[in-house]
Design a binder for this molecule. Structure first.
Ligand code: LRH
Ligand code: MN
Ligand code: MN
Length: 409
């Protein structure tokens, strides 16, 4: 380490020791944090107004993996990549998995896409037309087969199903059709597989969404069984929702399966993680690390098996740097949460000392964890500043030969 970094780390170590933080434990936890990046985050996407076509964007799923490999190489934290079918449809999925391996990656969650065929305009698994419902369920089952071919253990489900107008659909019937499709898909899972159920309260349906909130997803997961859990996309809640409360509740029930991290200010903005809501991210990690200390194994196991995934779309920003920034922002907030002295929080709570409890959490957020992140990266032989390393690597110039082109979908 440089002299300056050495000094900064020595001071940091001393300060955290005095605060009662076990840095050895914190280091191990930070090293264990793995973040999955989404294939679709490497392609061009946009708003409903325009998709700006960029030079160097991957032309196929293989090139998306190449870009994802850059993020993993520079951070050491992103060994898996989520795929979306049919956006990432290929003739031979075992080839895709082999290519991932050759790049030091694995395929992570498989995301069936039942929202882009014209047939799905009025719903997929909740469509009033039984043939369309069958087609949608068949696609879910086909994705379970894809999982087997690529060695994935997570089926990540999100349904665009919903309606725009009162009376447009029969809400209770749609609820039952959804349950039928989920049950059939659940039964096709191998014992090592999990099904994560993602909810969203609006868009593309603006009157009602069939899986609108965590309660509905939780209920569905409970009805299905232990291999079904809830996926929390941080952009899928109404303004002001206390996401960390939902996280704590699901953890306590053993039903928190994973996240789709992204930043939002207004709607499902899908922006770089931690750009406008870093404190929310920190508080989510606080709940997870608290659950990690729970006396009940089910809660600890749940906290230890969360799939941390990014779900981001890039309309204006260069994709690989945007992904790197997200990963780094997640690591920063996680590192800050690792600076929480849980005993101090618990003691203040036991005394009903409101201000001391709040302070014990917030003080960790105010810790500058840059020396800690630098030390952990350096120990792994990684660049201290992955973003700078990427920008200087010449990779952007190299992929320019791809020309203008590939979209996320
Ligand atoms: C829906 C969603 C879901 C999709 C992804 C592309 O808004 O969050 O996870 O699969 O976006
Ligand atoms: Mn999502
Ligand atoms: Mn979304």
């Amino acid at each position: 380490m440089s002299q300056w970094n050495d000094k900064a780390y020595a001071l940091f170590e001393e300060q955290q020791k005095q605060r009662g933080i076990d840095l050895g434990f914190a280091k191990k936890k930070l090293l264990d944090l793995k973040i999955e990046t989404p294939s679709w985050g490497y392609g061009d996407s946009g708003t409903r107004f325009k998709v700006f076509r960029k030079v160097g964007v991957p032309r196929d799923p293989f090139e998306k993996l190449e870009d994802a490999a850059q993020v993993h190489q520079l951070t050491g934290a992103c060994p898996t990549v989520a795929i979306h079918i049919p956006w990432d449809k290929v003739d031979d999925y075992s080839k895709l998995a082999e290519y991932a391996t050759s790049l030091g990656l694995r395929i992570g969650a498989v995301n069936p896409n039942v929202f882009q065929d014209d047939d799905y305009m009025l719903g997929s698994v909740t469509n009033a037309d039984v043939n369309i419902r069958r087609k949608a369920t068949a696609h879910l089952l086909e994705c379970v087969d894809v999982m087997k071919e690529v060695g994935s253990d997570i089926l990540s489900l999100w349904f665009a199903d919903g309606t725009n107008y009162p009376g447009q659909g029969h809400i209770r019937k749609r609820k039952q059709w959804l349950h039928e499709a989920l049950t059939e898909t659940y039964q096709a899972l191998s014992p090592n597989m999990r099904m994560l159920i993602e909810y969203k309260f609006f868009e593309p349906g603006f009157y009602h969404t069939d899986l609108a909130d965590w309660g509905m997803a939780f209920h569905a997961a409970n009805q299905l069984g232990p291999q079904a859990q809830v996926l929390v996309d941080t952009g899928h809640h109404a303004q002001g929702t206390n996401v960390e409360h939902i996280v704590a509740y699901l953890l306590d029930e053993g039903k928190l399966g994973g996240f789709h991290f992204n930043s939002r200010k207004y709607a499902d903005d899908d922006l770089i993680v931690g750009t406008v809501n870093p404190y929310e991210l920190f508080l989510i990690f606080y709940q997870i690390l608290d659950a990690d200390r729970d006396e009940r194994p089910i809660v600890r196991n749940t906290a230890g098996n969360i799939a941390f995934m990014i779900d981001q779309s890039h309309a204006i920003e260069p994709k690989i740097p945007a992904m790197l920034r997200s990963v780094m922002n997640i690591q920063t907030q996680y590192a800050k949460a690792l600076m929480i002295n849980h005993e101090a929080v618990l003691q203040a709570q036991a005394k009903n000392d409101v201000l001391a409890a709040e302070a014990a959490v917030r003080e960790a957020y105010e810790v500058d964890v840059a020396p800690f992140l630098a030390a952990v990266r350096e120990e792994q032989g990684l660049p201290i500043d992955p973003m700078k390393a990427f920008l200087e690597s010449g990779y952007t110039e190299k992929i320019a030969v791809r020309g203008v082109g590939g979209s996320s979908w």
